[in-house]
Design a protein around this ligand. Structure first.
Ligand code: 6PG
Length: 223
């Protein structure tokens, strides 16, 4: 087991993540949200736990290159589950509708104001990807740029904008959320096997902070 990751296996991972997000909303700071479907319930619960999110700056780890009201939009999911239910002040949406290269360029400009994030939430794909950093891709080797436009290597097959590994790793806290048996093999490769470009999740750890993986029993089934 990777000693650099605190593994938490829980009956209700969404509740754990929701409570952490609500605490961040109370305390303030910079928070990177993930997309996909897993975090939706955690976002909905976090909105119920705390409705004043004006002390926190919200960012995204990745976005699909679609309009914000497209059902595939990570921002659109967070808007329905969280943003529309709380008061916010600073929401830094990735403009996926501009396309992957212009969208990444615009986000890179916004990111100039960031000196490391306080908190990064990540999901894990069944292939082991995080954000839109896919297995074996050149994006894994990017050390200069903070955001990139990339091609999707897993559903949905739309271009993406993604943060890069060094920026994710600069966070004071990284929290992975994964549930379901379909993630068990990727979770094992991410947290029990040696780090590998074949499993981007195995390459993301908080350089000078805490890395936690919150899992249900099914996703932890091969650990
Ligand atoms: C995305 C996400 C991605 C996600 C994983 C897991 O844009 O797809 O940001 O990195 O976290 O693919 O997605 P699920 O939660 O839907 O399994």
């Amino acid at each position: 087991m990777a000693s650099d990751v605190d593994i938490v296996v829980a009956d209700d991972p969404a509740q754990i993540v929701a409570e952490r997000l609500a605490a961040l909303a109370r305390d303030g700071g910079s928070v990177v949200l993930t997309g996909g479907s897993t975090p939706r319930v955690a976002y909905e619960t976090a909105a119920e736990l705390h409705d004043d999110w004006t002390s926190v700056e919200l960012w995204w780890g990745d976005e699909r290159c679609v309009a914000p009201d497209d059902p595939r939009s990570n921002y659109g999911m967070a808007k329905a589950a969280l943003l529309d239910r709380v008061t916010t002040r600073a929401v830094h949406r990735m403009q996926g509708e501009l396309g992957r290269d212009e969208g990444a360029r615009r986000y890179t400009s916004e990111l100039e104001a960031v000196d490391g994030f306080d908190f990064v939430l990540l999901g894990i794909g069944s292939d082991g990807h995080v954000a839109s950093l896919f297995p074996g891709e050149p994006s894994l080797d990017e050390t200069a740029r903070r955001a990139l436009g990339v091609e999707a290597k897993l559903e949905p097959f739309v271009d993406r904008i993604t943060l890069t590994l060094p920026l994710l790793a600069s966070a004071r806290e990284v929290l992975f959320l994964a549930t379901g048996a379909s993630k068990a093999a990727a979770v094992r490769r991410a947290f029990a096997d040696a780090p590998s470009r074949a499993t981007p999740a195995s390459l993301v750890r908080a350089d000078d902070g805490v890395t936690t993986a919150v899992l249900d029993a099914a996703a932890a089934g091969l650990l």
